[in-house]
Design a protein around this ligand. Structure first.
Ligand code: GDP
Ligand code: MG
Length: 838
């Protein structure tokens, strides 16, 4: 029977997980090991995914994934049977003589993990490691407290945060690492954490274990034990364990694994001093003894054979990997890609790989399961054994989570509740955020005026007023949006609602190859693409995150709205709202198309399956939410500020230069003539006013026309011609790269000489014609233009955001080329095909 066939409310036992690679490994690690009890709790409103309970926590699986898991309705502790099965290897003939004489095992052990002898500086490097949602960040923030020095480590896809604190005369450097379920080499997070341990060599590792689901959390601990690193366990969420009415004899468990365990309640800061003291104790220890996870006869035999194999080639070969030999052998047998890559670089790789393959075959044969599952089973077996003696059964159910979930993931009210929440979030972010945004704009304007009125004319003044102040303004206006958005996102993430939102949206998003979590950034994109792109962080899987990032710009942000409104009210007033709706819908269509395209090409593989933990609901602390909010906002300013500012200055520069003094003098001359006419009483003061405005407008127009950007616009005009766009449209689109609403102000300058006056711009646009009298803005040109504005170049700030979030200029550039190319192509189709038809 398959897990997907299990009816809601029914229980069964895992028999086997089919499939391969990352998907299977993750499922196994999440606790779907042989013999484990699993219960189907609930279907998402769209019947997919399904929520299961296993190892006392909740997890959601897609139906297509649940199909891969074989179950049996009969209880039977298959797991223990596997672990302790006494099978003897009948294939001894494969083992050579040297291997047969069982050498002294300790001889093959790595030298114990050394830290710097006498510790004169009293500085301790501590890394926080644990499952997602175990409370690492809470402990990190609390411990590093006011002394927080936040440094961002640009990994490929993941960040870690660093902070320092003092305790008992020691200085601790804490590093908050991304959450992982294991240390296999499948996800970027796992590789990052592994690399951090091996390369940064923290003096002590604090393994944060959530006491609310100890069994699964301890899986990572078993991997750390294999890695033989100095470690302290923070048994976090101890309040939840106590609240559930259970008892955990953690001291006994601690002696079993020979690792100190300190119960903590991260939320309230309880147990943190004790934790730090234990860290100091471990740090001071000169020699570390490490227990070994017993993998059972069959696996142990294979491990020791592999150890001998390695020893025969000499330890120099792998010494620099900095890993215990036992660990290398276990990982190699498990088929770990990172270790295998390393081994394949060795001279004697043939010998080792051949032996490894042989051993894997043995394991399969003897245990009737593949090595990957065998090792995972053994680890869980070890944990289960230890917990059996020390942890009492669940007596009291925490029903809070179940109660909330009956509403939040309900068939009928789940979606309305979610959309209500989204609506509140959207309104707050963009409507409420609008007020501070206006204040900031006002302040920026005042500052600009102050300088405008107190500085002499010239390029420097223009640079300060229009380039720098304008640019800085362009950066900080988004700040209120980002602060508010992150307030909500932090709340969603910390409370556990984010996982539910992804749970109910997953089926829909899956249609375009994405994860339920992609929905929120996409919705935020309608407000502003920049915070939306930043919000893609919540998506764990890199490929889904990248795809989401690329398609966010196709969500019509509010900056595009003024362009739509101007054109729609000038040319299509009758069907205005219909056209606008169509534009939004078309954007969504393009996004869906792009997502599928990327899924089929650049990001074929989903590195992580949907298996998603649904953590119990927890009331987030205000401190954690504020820290989160502050982090993101300051990060926005630090990371995006510079590039956006530079880009704004560049675009200002292209529009301002070159200056032409002769032309200026000519305009000054004309104004002087008008003034002279007025002085001679030939014209009234109103007439003079009008004429001067007219002259100023043509000065602006002519300046814009002859500026670098005007020249570039004319240079690219041939490219835009097939779309029916003339050079003025081209220039406007070019300057719209800074921000899409700038398309309008540029058109204002080009057509009327005034960037503000929309009324006359509308008239001018309608009247604009070629020299033969035919109108420039035909319906086809308007349609193509609107679509072009929708699709082309995400604004500078978005491109910078994509660069920052993807950690690659290449992808940012790709996004620019793809969107602009697509915009051109679609406008081309509209104009050319339309011209044929009409
Ligand atoms: P991380 O993913 O490991 O960094 O976990 P977080 O630090 O983000 O914590 C996840 C959630 O658990 C947040 O809602 C925290 O407020 C909450 N939390 C952290 N520590 C405790 C604790 O000791 N007890 C309880 N009840 N909740 C906690
Ligand atoms: Mg965290």
């Amino acid at each position: 029977m398959r897990l997907s066939e299990l009816q809601t409310g029914q229980k069964a036992y895992i028999v086997k997980v089919n499939g391969s690679g990352a998907f299977r490994k993750r499922i196994l690690e999440m606790g779907f090991v042989r013999g484990e009890e699993v219960k189907s709790i609930l279907n998402a409103p769209l019947k997919d995914p399904i929520k299961y309970e296993i190892m006392e926590y909740e997890v959601s699986l897609r139906r297509s994934e649940a199909v891969m898991i074989e179950i049996s309705m009969l209880a039977g502790d298959v797991r223990n049977e596997t672990l302790y099965r006494e099978e003897s290897r009948s294939d001894e003939q494969f083992i050579t003589d040297t291997e047969k004489n069982n050498g002294d095992e300790t001889e093959y052990r790595m030298p114990p993990y050394k830290n710097n002898g006498s510790h004169p500086e009293k500085r301790i490097k501590v890394a926080l490691l644990g499952n997602p949602n175990s409370g690492k960040t809470t402990i990190f923030n609390l411990a590093s407290g006011a002394h927080e020095h936040v440094g961002n480590y640009g990994g490929v896809t993941v960040d870690s945060k660093e902070g320092t604190l003092r305790h008992n005369g020691y200085e601790f450097t804490l590093v908050d690492l991304p959450g992982t379920y294991s240390l296999s080499a499948y996800t970027p997070e796992e590789l990052f954490v592994r690399k951090h341990i091996l390369e940064e060599k923290p003096d002590v590792i604090v393994n944060v274990v959530s006491a609310s689901a100890p069994e699964r959390n301890l899986y990572l601990t078993t991997e750390l034990i294999d890695l033989q690193v100095p470690m302290v366990i923070a048994l976090n969420m101890y309040d939840e364990l106590e609240g559930s009415g259970r008892t955990f004899d953690y001291e006994t468990f601690s002696s079993l694994i020979d690792i100190p365990i300190v119960p903590t309640v991260g939320k309230r800061g309880e147990g943190i001093p004790q934790l730090l003291e234990k860290v100091i104790d471990v740090y001071k220890k000169e020699e570390h003894d490490y227990v070994q996870i017993p993998y059972g006869r069959v696996l142990e035999k294979s491990i020791s054979i592999m150890e001998r194999e390695f020893n025969s080639i000499g330890s120099a070969a792998y010494a620099e990997w900095n890993m215990p030999l036992r660990y290398i052998c276990i990982k190699l047998l498990e088929g770990d890609s990172d270790i295998e890559k390393r081994v394949r670089k060795l001279e004697q790789k043939e010998k080792i790989i051949t032996r490894r393959d042989k051993e894997r075959t043995y394991i399969e044969k003897l245990l009737r399961e593949d090595p990957e599952a065998a090792f995972t089973n053994a680890r869980y077996g070890f944990i289960a054994g230890g917990l059996k003696e020390t942890l009492t059964e669940k007596t009291l159910f925490s029903d809070k989570t179940k109660l909330i979930d009956t509403f939040v993931t309900h068939k009928y009210i789940g979606f309305p509740l979610f959309f209500l929440f989204l609506w509140v979030m959207f309104e707050a972010t963009f409507r409420l955020g609008n007020y501070p945004m206006e204040w900031i704009e006002w302040l920026v304007e005042q500052l600009g005026n102050l300088i405008r009125n107190n500085m002499s004319e010239g390029p420097l003044k223009a640079l300060i007023v229009d380039g720098i102040i304008g640019g800085v303004g362009g950066v900080i206006v988004f700040l209120p949006n980002i602060v508010i958005l992150y307030l909500f996102i932090a709340f969603m993430e910390d409370s556990g609602y984010m996982a539910r939102a992804a749970f109910i949206m997953d089926k829909l998003m899956h249609r375009i190859g994405l994860h339920g979590k992609s929905f929120i950034p996409l919705i935020m994109g309608f407000g502003c693409n920049v915070p939306a792109i930043m919000a893609t962080r919540t998506i764990e899987s890199r490929s889904s995150r990248m795809i989401t990032m690329f398609i966010v710009p196709f969500m019509s942000c509010s900056a595009r709205l003024p362009v739509y409104i101007l054109f729609v009210s000038a040319f299509i007033p009758k069907y205005g709202s219909l056209v606008m709706l169509g534009l939004y819908a078309f954007g969504i269509l393009i996004a869906a198309f792009t997502a599928r395209l990327l899924r089929k090409t650049a990001f074929k593989e989903e590195e992580t399956p949907f298996v998603m933990e649904l953590p119990p609901y927890r009331m987030p602390t205000s401190k954690s939410i504020l820290t989160h909010m502050w982090d993101r906002s300051s990060q926005y300013l630090r990371k995006m500020g510079g590039p956006i500012l530079i880009a704004s200055i560049v675009i200002w520069f292209l529009g301002y230069f070159p200056q032409n003094e002769e032309r200026d003098a000519a305009f000054d001359n004309k104004i002087a003539m008008v003034d002279a006419q007025y002085d001679r009483n030939e014209i009234s003061s109103e007439e003079r006013e009008d004429m001067v405005t007219e002259i100023e407008h043509s000065r602006n127009t002519s300046h814009q026309e002859n500026s670098y950007i005007g020249n570039i616009g004319r240079f690219i005009e041939p490219v835009m011609r097939p779309l029916g766009f003339d050079w003025k449209i081209s220039v406007s689109l070019l300057s719209g790269m800074a921000a899409k609403e700038i398309v309008i102000s540029t058109m204002g300058v080009l057509y009327t000489g005034d960037s503000e006056d929309q009324q006359s711009l509308q008239h001018r646009l309608k009247a604009e014609s070629y020299s033969d009298g035919s109108p420039i803005f035909t319906p086809l040109v308007v349609a193509g233009f609107l679509l072009f504005v929708l699709i082309y170049f995400p604004c500078v700030a978005s491109v910078v955001a994509i660069k920052e979030e993807s950690h690659s200029w290449r992808w940012a550039l790709f996004s620019v080329l793809y969107s602009t190319g697509l915009a051109w192509f679609i406008a081309f189709l509209v104009y050319q095909v339309g011209s044929l038809l009409i």
